[in-house]
Ligand binder design. Structure first.
Ligand SMILES: [Zn+2]
Length: 359
């Protein structure tokens, strides 16, 4: 599932075909959904007791989503929690509207996935997360926060974009690679800014819980302890994410910070990159500060959370959008550790049929 359609996994493809063929009359359902994580078939983590309960699940959803309501309002939109579109739920959940009911129904569903989307009226931006996701053996509170941030990333991550449902009729949302990058560079950094980020719930330091190669990389970028700890925690979350969701079979190698995906796409990947590539993207996001002045980086980074790079432009797939996005993230020539990995991102162009080429 990295570059181009030839590497789309069967599972992902099936999910899309299923969505396309399921209910042609239900346009809202079809157009307003972007996400389908590849499901994990990994047995080596089944023994681990899930650490999340419903209370934590609800807390994490609110902790991630609520701070973004203010920012959505700047774009005349409102984030609406919903039961994920493809989740199987009881009849009394089908019309769930208020957050409390939506989250109860979501928690009760075994759907191990999440989604996001924008209505075509633009006033509602949706985020949904299934309770099955929180019960995956490798999932952690940090990993679930990163999943939620990934969904927020589809809405706020900016260029490069894809139109939901590939129909050409829906509104642009960020591609999965960008949603991953945003989740680590911007979203968890915002959500966890005031936390004590030294220990996880089980009492281990994040520094202990991640690979030594990642500790070295975090330390090389950040001189101060709080920033280092946030970097470790983000990498830990990324590891939880890819373990829970990123591998397709036991034959797939376990992703590692020490073995980055060095492949380079010719055009930006519109779909879910491979697990290793996704881990690389989370690490890159963790290693890219949201502000870097020109003394450190000639292509200075300044991420302004009130803007969505490229989104308000008449041509959100065009060069001006690309340039706004480059200015808010790390440049591969000047800050390569934090640049969006080439295993999914091409600064030159997006995939044929993607947003850029439709304009
Ligand atoms: Zn996604």
């Amino acid at each position: 599932m990295s570059a181009g359609s030839t590497r789309i996994t069967t599972l992902l493809l099936t999910a899309f075909i299923g969505a396309c063929g399921s209910a042609p009359q239900d346009d809202a359902k079809f157009y307003n959904t972007i996400d389908r994580f590849p499901l994990s078939g990994i047995s080596d983590m089944v023994e681990r007791k899930p650490v999340l309960d419903e209370f934590q699940f609800r807390n994490i959803v609110h902790r991630v989503v609520d701070p973004y309501q203010k920012l959505a309002a700047l774009h005349n939109a409102r984030i609406v929690l919903r039961v994920p579109v493809e989740a199987d739920v009881a009849d009394d959940c089908l019309d769930a509207k208020d957050d409390d009911t939506v989250l109860r129904c979501s928690w009760e569903s075994d759907f191990a996935n999440a989604d996001a989307g924008r209505s075509r009226q633009e006033s509602s931006w949706y985020v949904g997360v299934g309770g099955g996701l929180a019960r995956l053996p490798a999932m952690t509170p940090e990993g679930l926060a990163l999943v939620l941030c990934h969904e927020i990333g589809h809405l706020f991550g900016g260029f490069p974009f894809i139109r939901e449902g590939f129909t050409g009729l829906a509104l642009p949302v960020s591609v999965d690679g960008q949603a991953d990058y945003f989740s680590a560079q911007v979203c968890v950094r915002k959500i966890w800014a005031q936390d004590n980020n030294r220990y996880n719930l089980e009492g281990f330091t994040y520094e202990q819980m991640i690979e030594p190669a990642a500790v070295t990389q975090c330390n090389a970028i950040y001189p101060a302890t709080p920033e280092r700890e946030l970097c470790y925690k983000t990498v830990f979350a990324g590891m939880s994410f890819v373990k829970a969701l990123g591998r397709r079979s036991e034959e797939d190698p376990v992703p590692s910070v020490a073995t980055p995906d060095l492949s380079e796409v010719g055009v930006t990947d519109n779909l879910h990159p491979m697990a290793q590539c996704r881990l690389d993207t989370f690490v890159a996001g963790a290693l890219c500060p949201t502000v870097l002045d020109a003394a450190l980086n000639p292509a200075a980074v300044y991420y302004d959370e009130t803007k969505i790079p490229g989104y308000e432009l008449a041509a959100p797939g065009g060069e001006a959008a690309r340039d706004q996005s480059m200015a808010s993230s790390c440049h591969e020539n000047f800050w390569p550790q934090g640049a969006r990995p080439r295993c999914w991102f091409s600064p030159e162009q997006t995939e044929e049929g993607g947003w850029m080429n439709e304009l």
